[in-house]
Ligand binder design. Structure first.
Ligand code: 13P
Ligand code: SF4
Length: 340
């Protein structure tokens, strides 16, 4: 089949205007891989994506790894299987490439918690603020920030911040608290939370730990302090995988979104992983455990992935000047991260 030109997205779109016919998984995967080749596309997937998307992606990783991959890709089309702010980051780093995602509704509660106009108003109260924005925020918030960080490099970014500035950390209060604890650097914290991670609670984690006394507790820093205090290690999703791989221990309780269990079990087949429960401590014994799922991450499916590649839509489109302003703090993050 002839190579598909990016100038002719309608040609692909015409083939898919109807409702997708039921196709089995193997057919879907084959079509996605064929589209990928024809479009010269790269498929980037976050560690929380459903297993069938992780299994066909070119790269699966955390927010930091995904932005590093986006910064260096030679592909013409970036297909981003994650949430919208991640796809926006890829677009900001590649303003001339086409960036598509399976579902434009894939938002993030942290992004929602920090509207750009409210941040701008707070920044006006102190001209000495140096704004560090967790990557889980809109392009407009990135454009107002001095530097971006992820859970994988937040400590390094904060330690590199100018000593004579007052640090303002947005939008995740829990990540900000944890970084303050380990660096000793005071920061003004925005009061945003990840709706999924704050469901993990000390009591339910203690109950699971009592059932598995040899299990090590691995916690994402978006979790509450009461949960972080029970951790053997606190880290980003990618570091969780590296930590469990190299640990001599055999059992782990994983306190983050359950999508990561797929990679953990695949890459550490001789180890056992328990998904931390998020059920309310007041529920009756025997009530079903709701292992934590991010409703936004789980919007993406194989069918939607195939459809977005057929239609080259939904796509990330941002004003040129916003792309330029948002790029500087991301590039600063990548430069600081690369320092030894
Ligand atoms: P990581 O960068 O650790 O993968 O985290 C992203 C995220 O959204 C966590 O909820
Ligand atoms: Fe946002 Fe939380 Fe979902 Fe991560 S898990 S994308 S922080 S809502």
């Amino acid at each position: 089949m002839a190579a598909t030109s990016l100038a002719e997205p309608q040609q692909l779109s015409a083939a898919s205007t109807g409702v997708a016919r039921p196709a089995d998984r193997a057919e879907l995967v084959a079509e996605i891989l064929d589209l990928k080749r024809r479009l010269n596309a790269v498929i980037l997937a976050h560690n929380y994506q459903v297993p069938e998307i992780q299994d066909l992606a070119d790269f699966v990783g955390d927010s930091l790894g995904l932005s590093q991959q986006a910064a260096r890709t030679q592909a013409d089309v970036i297909v981003f299987c994650g949430v919208r702010f991640m796809a926006e980051t890829a677009k900001i780093l590649n303003p001339d490439k086409l960036v598509i995602l399976p579902d434009m509704e894939a938002g993030c509660s942290l992004e929602e918690s920090c509207p750009a106009d409210q941040l701008a108003a707070l920044q006006k109260t102190n001209p000495n603020f140096y704004t560090i924005a967790y990557i889980n925020c809109s392009a407009a918030v990135k454009a107002l920030s001095d530097v971006i960080c992820t859970s994988g490099n937040a400590e390094k970014i904060v330690r590199a911040a100018p000593a004579d500035r007052d640090l303002l950390f947005v939008p995740d209060e829990n990540l900000g608290q944890w970084i303050m604890e380990i660096t000793g650097r005071p920061m003004t914290l925005w009061q945003g939370h990840c709706y999924a991670h704050v469901e993990f609670r000390r009591e339910s984690l203690l109950r699971l730990k009592a059932q598995h006394p040899h299990a090590r507790v691995v916690v994402h820093p978006e979790s509450l302090r009461e949960v972080r205090n029970l951790a053997d290690v606190i880290c980003s999703t990618e570091k969780m995988i590296q930590w469990c791989k190299t640990s001599p221990d055999k059992e782990f309780i994983i306190v983050t979104e359950s999508g990561i269990l797929h990679r953990l079990r695949k890459e550490c087949p001789d180890k056992t992983f328990y998904c931390a429960p998020t059920f309310d401590v007041n529920r009756m014994p025997g009530d079903a455990c709701r292992c934590s799922e991010c409703k936004y991450m789980k919007l993406n499916t194989l069918e939607k992935l195939r459809d977005c590649m057929r239609r080259l839509h939904p796509r990330i489109e941002l004003p040129r000047d916003l792309l330029e302003r948002a790029r500087k703090p991301i590039e600063r993050m990548l430069e600081i991260t690369a320092r030894t």
